[in-house]
Design a protein around this ligand. Structure first.
Ligand code: FAD
Length: 417
């Protein structure tokens, strides 16, 4: 498979771009692989890439029921950061952010990584204290964090109304290395790089059943026939509980709706990512000029990939409170994804009760930034049949043992995280 380079683009330009080949092959399924990864979103493709790249395991298939990257990977608002309070989370997400920082070179693909800074604004003393605590925890772990006052926030995002009568902005916690990446390109880049290392990416190949014998996984049944493997990894986000049900066990995951919105294209007006602290709203601007924004969950479990007007209204109202200029904005599109919500808001990258069956799931609405880190740790766990230190806490049995990783202190409610 040919690589991409400036020289290649130049030479293809000279011969009418006639030499480009598809970024990945469309192979027929083999009867047997060393590892099957179910789910061709970012996490599944990253798992396959790191299995090949780090562990030398290349006889791998990624099974995707549709085309790759059309699940949450292609539906999210593209924010990448590692500004977490709890050590289990910030060490993992920082590892992921470091992988992001070198991802374009590792994949030989432009994922449009843009470290433009992420600011969480706060509006009162309690929020300020929480931001200081989180920033200090990050800095103690070697992660960048800067406390801004109101003027500092205004300097970075001049359209913000910091003297809003109801929700004045006191300041913000900035992570300068946070930012955005192009979501589709992340799926395509991992697919391209995994394929180049020998991985078979099997699109339109839905898993319809699990072959479990004597408590161990032996393979899967699919719409393209039975495929055998001694190890299977699940990376199916909001469909996780459906797949584990096929394997005969239940997981503490609820599938909820989360919406995203994009506006008409505008001249540059916001060159960082900023989140509102007095309602569910966050915003950034894409390279095409559209404002990309979102809020919280719609609040009830669903597999629909479209949202409700109630949450849309809240998002627009919170947006106008923070940036009054948005009042004249024309929305272009909105959609929703199926979030795999865990009870404490933290993920699972672990073995399961079925031997040889592994999973990465429970990413809630924060899994895009986790994509390389999740794939890296999932691949490690599959290859060695044991977790890496970075994902050792992300187990299914942490609730039974009282070791919740409740980043936001919301308690054991899926819809609150
Ligand atoms: C609106 C929205 C905004 C978000 N914003 C952010 C953000 O700004 N930052 C952030 O970090 N995270 C964000 N997220 C979360 C993030 O998108 C997800 O956590 C992450 O993309 C999950 O990736 P994935 O590869 O696990 O899932 P997916 O991309 O959903 O991939 C799972 C794949 O599994 C496939 N599949 C399911 N069942 C089967 C089956 N039976 N057989 C074969 N294949 C199957 C699906 O078709 C799908 O392609 C957002 C999510 C949404 C919906």
């Amino acid at each position: 498979m040919a690589g991409y380079s400036g020289l290649r683009i130049f030479s293809e330009g000279l011969r009418g771009n006639s030499g480009w080949r598809p970024a990945w092959r469309k192979p027929e399924p083999k009867r047997e692989y060393d590892v099957i990864v179910v789910g061709g979103g970012g996490h599944g493709l990253a798992t396959a890439f790191y299995l090949a790249e780090v562990h030398g395991i290349t006889n791998v298939a990624v099974l995707e029921k549709g085309p790759i990257g059309l699940g949450n990977t292609g539906r999210n608002t593209t924010i990448v950061r590692s500004n977490y309070l709890l050590p289990q989370n910030h060490h993992f997400y920082e590892h992921s952010l470091k992988l992001w920082e070198g991802l374009e070179q590792s994949l030989n693909y432009n994922v449009m990584m843009s470290q433009r800074g992420v600011i969480n604004v706060f509006h009162n003393d309690a929020q300020r204290n929480a931001a200081i605590r989180r920033g200090n925890a990050m800095r103690l772990a070697g992660i960048d964090a800067v406390l801004l006052d109101g003027a500092g926030v205004k300097a970075m995002c001049p359209l913000l109304d910091i003297s809003n009568g109801r929700f004045p902005v006191m300041g913000g916690l900035l992570q300068p290395r946070g930012g955005t990446a192009r979501h589709d390109a992340v799926a395509w880049g991992f697919a391209h790089a995994a394929d180049a290392r020998g991985v078979d990416i099997l699109e339109h190949c839905e898993v319809t059943g699990m072959i479990v014998e004597g408590g161990a996984i032996r393979g899967v049944r699919t719409t393209r026939g039975e495929i055998r493997a001694p190890k299977v990894g699940l990376a199916v986000a909001g469909s996780t509980s459906l797949l584990t049900e096929m394997a005969g066990f239940r997981v503490p995951i609820e599938s909820h709706l989360l919406q995203a919105f994009v506006s008409e294209g505008l001249k540059p007006m916001i060159d960082c990512v900023v989140t509102f602290g007095a309602g569910h709203f966050y915003i950034s601007q894409s390279d095409k000029g559209g404002l990309v924004f979102g809020g919280g969950l719609d609040g009830y479990p669903s597999y629909g990939q479209r949202g409700t007007l109630r949450e849309a209204e809240h998002v627009y109202a919170a947006g106008v409170s923070m940036i009054p200029a948005l009042g004249r904005l024309r929305g272009l599109r909105s959609w929703a994804g199926i979030m795999d919500m865990s009870p404490d808001g933290s993920p699972f990258i672990c073995r399961t009760p079925v031997r040889g069956l592994y999973m990465t799931a429970g990413w809630c609405y924060g899994g895009f930034k986790a994509t390389p880190g999740s794939g890296w740790c999932h691949a490690w766990t599959i290859a060695r049949d044991e977790p890496h230190a970075l994902n050792a806490a992300f187990t299914l049995d942490r609730f039974r043992e009282g070791r919740m990783i409740d980043e936001r202190g919301n308690g054991p409610f899926h819809w609150m995280h």
